[in-house]
Design a protein around this ligand. Sequence first.
Ligand code: E4P
Length: 220
Amino acid sequence: MKFFVDTANLKEINEARSLGILDGVTTNPSLISKESLSSQKEIQDHYMSICSLLRNEEDVSAEVISTNYRDMIKEGEKLSFIHPRIVVKIPMTQDGIKAIKYLSNKKIKTNCTLVFSTGQAILAAKVGSNYVSPFIGRVDDVSYDGLDLIREIKNIYNNYHFRTKILGASIRHSLHIIECSKIGIYAVTSPMKVIYSLLNHPLTNIGLEKFLTDYKNKMN
Ligand code: E4P
């Protein structure tokens, strides 16, 4: 399973790189707003900096802030010109679906975001989105099961051999990642703190302490 980091922060992207787990990056307007960028030029330069940290097949999703079809496609094209690694992230709306169709016809990569239902995921695949981002944590927040949504989308995509890649988003804890890997989706996009939480097990700490104590006791 691929690990994307859900951040626009260069330090965090570097941390993911140095941990050896980085397969891609996703951003959204809220994440961009945390980076104290004050102009369009600075935002574009920031996307360039993120792209320069990526390698091989890795990509970065950059989200449009326009909401109508004409502006979305204009903004999407502009984002795609910044760097070949940019995937244009488009919200799941009627205009968004039309924009994904337009951009995918032009071979511009897209990520359909803010997906909360199987119907939305079917539409994203029908118009040829490269990725679909179902928001697991936010579905959980409204007392439904975000992982059930992932299972259903996976089944439906399998039924029709849809090529759209499922990118599990809104990851809140390590079980989200583990369950997504059991379901077998292409990738998750996660904050670094959740990726770090995969490291933890009390028996590892206890075991390591014992190994080192035994060794020191013998050698001293
Ligand atoms: C997805 O691409 C979004 O950027 C993100 O995963 C949303 O996560 P949140 O619900 O924790 O804000």
